[in-house]
Design a protein around this ligand. Sequence first.
Ligand SMILES: *[C@@H]1O[C@H](CO)[C@@H](O)[C@H](O)[C@H]1NC(C)=O
Length: 204
Amino acid sequence: MSPFLKLLVLALTTTICSSYSTSSITMRKGRPSAKKAMSSLSKNANSPTTSATSIPSNWKLIPDIKTSQLPDKDGEITLIDTNLDGIKDGAVNPTGAICCASFSGKLYAFKVNCSCCQVPMNKAKILPPPETGLLEAPRLSCDFCGSTFNLRTGEPVDDATKSEGAGGNMLGGMVKGLMKSRGRKPVTVYALSSDAKDRVLISL
Ligand SMILES: *[C@@H]1O[C@H](CO)[C@@H](O)[C@H](O)[C@H]1NC(C)=O
C-alpha cells in the first residue's frame, strides 16, 4: 500500500471510529412483526386505519410523504426525510432521513448509513435472496464496503459476491476489514405501512 493510501485509510478509520455509536445501530426491540415490513403498500388489508386514535402507538405518520414518493422499481432506493423524533439524530441526521427500497413489490426501510463503514447506502445494491440457504429475504449490499445485510431484519449475512452484483470497492473493502474485527453489527430497519389516504406510516 502506498504511504498516501495508508494515510487515507487511517484518516477514514479515525473519522469512522469517532462517529461510531453503538446505540444508533442497535436493533430496536419490540418492533412489529416482520410481516408488516413485508406487506406491500398497495395492499391496505393489514394497514392501520386512518383514524388517529386507532393507530398503534408504535406507528407514526410520516409528515408530508405520500406513497407515490416511495420507490416502486426493483432495487430502487429513495431517501426520504421523516422529520420524526426517534429517527432525527442531532446534527448527524437533523431531518430524520431514512432509505426506502423496493424489491419484488415489497417495501423496506433502513437507516441511511452502513453499520460497518458508516457510508450512506442510498446507492447500495438490493440483491435477491441467495440461491442456496434458508435466507428468503432480499439482501442489502453496501456500495462502498460490500457488507451485506438481510433487508427484512437488518442482520448481517454472508457478503454477496461480485458475480451476484454486490457493491463495494477496494478502499471500502479495506475499511470493512478494519471494522470487522469489532464484530458485525446489524443495520436498523423499519417497517412501513400506508393508510387509505396514501399517507405513509413507519414503526418506531
Ligand atoms: C451518515 O454519513 C453522512 C456522510 O458521511 C454524514 O454526514 C452523516 O452525519 C451520517 N449520519 C449518521 C447518522 O451518522
